[in-house]
Design a protein around this ligand. Sequence first.
Ligand code: CUA
Length: 378
Amino acid sequence: MPEFHLFPDAASVSATQYDYLWWYLVAVSIVMTAVIFAGVFFFAIKYRRRSENEIPKPIEGSRLLEISWSVIPFLVMLTFFFWGAALYFRNQNPPADAMNVYVVAKQWMWKVQYPNGVREINELHIPVGRAVRLTMASEDVIHSFFVPAFRLKRDVVPGRYNDMWFTATKPGRYHLFCAEYCGTEHSGMIGWVTVMEKRDFENWLATGGAEGSMASQGQKIFQQMGCSSCHLFDEQGRCPNLKGMYGSRVLLSDGRTVVADAAYIREKILNPSATIPFGFQKDIMPTFQGQVSEEDILELTEYIKSLAETRGGMFTSEQTGPTAGGGRGGSIANAGQGSLDTHGTSMTNQPPRPEANAQAQDAAQPVAPKPAAPGGKQ
Ligand code: CUA
């Protein structure tokens, strides 16, 4: 017989926090219910009718009593609001050093891609104890990414990115559900989140993507689509120089400034004339709506991000992975790969622990990444 669990595992920092809030809600509800029912029974007995012709005394009312039974519950309810809002805001703001993973939902699967190019379907591997940020897009309808063990659920909506972030606290395998009815096979749109020890995760991730890093794939699309003929890497192009643009503030022709983040780049690719950067002309750039998939856009974004890192001093000419090609493409691919390793000490600097390696082997075996010809599965 399967074990019965009243609660799913609590495997993330937010899971514990939401559970405390939930228990607080339950406790307050029990206390309020008890007080109300005790009052009902007490007064029903105390003021019961004692004889057939008894006429009760008129009651004048008490302002103090009325104000206190309004204000006290109001203040108690406000604690729900402030506690919930604090958690909500925390969950809206991923820390800057969070590891980025991209999720594209489509009927009926979750496609996951890491910046170094590793792809998975219906699986998400993450390290324990490190903030992970998911940038999520949908290719068709509304889906919802739900991990009960993390107590987190976020809709994945076509036409925009939705972010979600969490820090897993416990290695293990946890259910991933689609929590928004999205068609016939909605109930089959399920998967697993595997939380691994940091070292195991790095070993797992280091197997690399069969097709190169997202940045290098993005660079290919950048050239195929002809972006490179207008976006030159100097100030001569008819379109903005994208080097160093990612994450910077862009002045628009209408006087506003926006941060050049993933959503901005997505909008520029699909609807370029929505906003025009200051000093550039309208209608120079065509829309690429229908020509690029959500995954292509994410790869282009990683490429543009890698250009920013090149300028920002994170450029590295070391051969960090099997994906490095020759010439400019290779170095940019490396920059993209390097960006994954921003979490402090590199594992190559540490002496190997034999037991950890054995664990890594064990852990790596069953979860070896599917090098995932997603083309074949679509
Ligand atoms: Cu996707 Cu339900």
